[in-house]
Design a protein around this ligand. Sequence first.
Ligand SMILES: [Zn+2]
Length: 278
Amino acid sequence: MSDTTAADATTGSGSAGPSSTYEVLAVRYASRLTTAHDVYLNYHLYREPDRPLTMDYFFWIVRNAERTIVVDTGYSADAAVTRDRPVLMSTRQALQAARVDPAGVDQVVLTHAHFDHIGGVSVLDSGEVVMTRTEYEFWMSPLAERHQFAHTAERADLDHLRQLVADDRMTLTGGSPHQLAPGVQLLQLGGHTPGQAVVVVETAGGDVVLASDAMHYYEEIERDRPFNIVADMAAMYRAFDQLNELGQQGAVLVAGHDPAVMTRFPERAGHDEVVRIA
Ligand SMILES: [Zn+2]
């Protein structure tokens, strides 16, 4: 297990040569129908009629000639059953669809500890696992057992995180930004969960921000509407500001659960559910 120091904050960009240019993929592994009322916090405040919304579930691949990074992992087969959330593909099938060999993954980044982001980590049984120390320590604390938090996580998944620490496979980041690899940074934004992270990747076409649940839907930052699962609303609004700022600087923002990802990025990478972002 390692930690970060202030030195991490000084390493902005990698020396990416042509062979180390990153490819970024989004893999859609599940999809379900919900409503705006169930998605946005206090939706009645907007005085709009309710409307159906599709919620897609993704994880992401960042890779080049030197390394493969998997960002989040989908949810476990057990959670799919107990929560009645059927999947389009299991984590293993989704990795296969993106032509990722689990044994060849160098790093697994867990953006936060919700069940739909960490439940598939057991499929990836080698390589470094990275999450923010704030996030890990929160979910190991008694507060995480309170109902409003506990229902968003699976005890078995949290036990698995504990095991990753015991096995010395987990890196808990203490600084933000934290450099994951040349040209790949983790930013801790908080809000949705105490240590919610996003991943920023330098690509040939500019920076790509994998926002995960710092922005489930583009509407959150475009219309300033918090999602209904929120640990710290002030931090969530600040995260919206940071994402909007990155967007204004030219970064490509990738929402965590928005079906618009499937249309904003129309190119596929060898499979209908594997979206080429860059
Ligand atoms: Zn979440």
